[in-house]
Ligand binder design. Structure first.
Ligand code: SF4
Ligand code: MG
Length: 327
């Protein structure tokens, strides 16, 4: 499958008068056509900032890209003109967010907001555009689409609003969709429905899908590959099956232990002790070492680079080989 997106050694700083935060410190990942990459990590790990930089919507200032490369179908985006980036947004790549309510404009009907794209970017008449908008709502399985295009965002349930936002993002038929915590605000049943919908749309359209999440459990069924981020780096990247079977990084192990399991109902979830580092003052050596139960002396001295352990498996832990060869 052709490579859709390739991010290499991406570096972003957030500069304020007081400090410079090293938010991305050499992020790399890729997505092929028709593939689902889950990007996993706690908040502050750089998942969203990477996505915003890919989309060209990073707030500058305070954010500054200080290095790296982002290629969409081979085209370098970091040096592309804003006009070109705007053209790519919507037509080629689109992004949806956790909070559909704030992404939708409360004073216009849902149909109007979807139709706008057909009017202004496809030159359709108001009437034809509304017909297309209803088709889009139907595509994301909103019942009674012809009626519901006339309703306002507040008349939709949380799950229906998220569906409407997906419809809006796919209006111009992009082949890369980035979903940033798309189900975090929803209850568990609706979460699963939205994941199924995204998975189905990906398959039908042969889209590349990037699912950003802090919850390994949510993406278990749909991810082909997983990139785990910590302190602005990818610390493990692997096919989903191998990663679930045997994580190659202690941070991933910690995230797996904090997945809610049905057989542990009522019990306190294990969570990784300690807090993510202050990005203006990242610890030397392995940034995870103050929280890592496997840390050895060298961990506070030497930064482990992300390296290939075996085909398709990458880890940035000094002891990754031992982790995956355990029984
Ligand atoms: Fe833990 Fe050391 Fe591996 Fe970092 S390099 S994750 S501190 S064992
Ligand atoms: Mg985020």
């Amino acid at each position: 499958k052709p490579r859709l997106l390739e991010v290499q050694d991406l570096r972003v700083e957030f500069r304020t008068r007081e400090a410079t935060a090293n938010v991305l410190n050499g992020v790399g990942y890729h997505v092929d056509e028709g593939e689902t990459l889950a990007v996993l990590g706690e908040s502050g790990s750089g998942k969203s900032v990477t996505a915003q930089t890919v989309m060209g919507i990073l707030d500058t200032p305070p954010g500054f890209v200080t290095g790296g490369s982002i290629r969409y179908r081979g085209e370098e985006l970091l040096s592309a003109k804003e006009e070109r980036r705007r053209e790519l947004r919507g037509e080629n790549m689109a992004m949806i967010f956790q909070d559909a309510l704030s992404a939708l404009n409360p004073v216009y009907t849902v149909g109007f907001q979807i139709a706008e794209q057909f009017r202004f970017r496809r030159g359709m008449s108001r009437k034809d555009a509304m017909v297309k908008a209803a088709e889009m709502l139907d595509m994301v399985k909103i019942p009674n689409a012809k009626q519901r295009v006339k309703e306002f965002p507040h008349q939709f349930s949380g799950g229906m609003r998220q569906r409407a936002m997906i419809a809006m993002s796919l209006a111009l038929d992009p082949d890369l969709l980035i979903a940033d915590e798309p189900t975090t605000a929803l209850d568990v049943t609706v979460q699963a429905q939205i994941m199924d919908l995204l998975d189905e749309l990906r398959r039908e359209r042969d889209m590349g899908l990037i699912l950003i999440t802090h919850d390994l459990g949510v993406v278990a069924e749909v991810a082909d590959r997983i990139a785990v981020m910590y302190a602005g780096r990818v610390v493990e990247e692997s096919d989903a099956e191998s990663l679930y079977k045997r994580p190659a990084h202690p941070y991933t192990e910690g995230l797996m232990e904090s997945i809610p399991r049905l057989d542990q109902k009522g019990e306190e979830l294990a969570s990784i002790k300690g807090l993510p580092p202050n990005l203006a003052d990242i610890p030397p050596g392995c940034p995870f070492h103050p929280r890592c139960h496997r840390a050895a002396d060298e961990c506070s001295e030497k930064l482990p680079e992300l390296r290939e352990l075996r085909a398709g498996r990458h880890s940035a832990c000094h002891f990754a080989e031992e982790l995956i060869s355990r029984d």
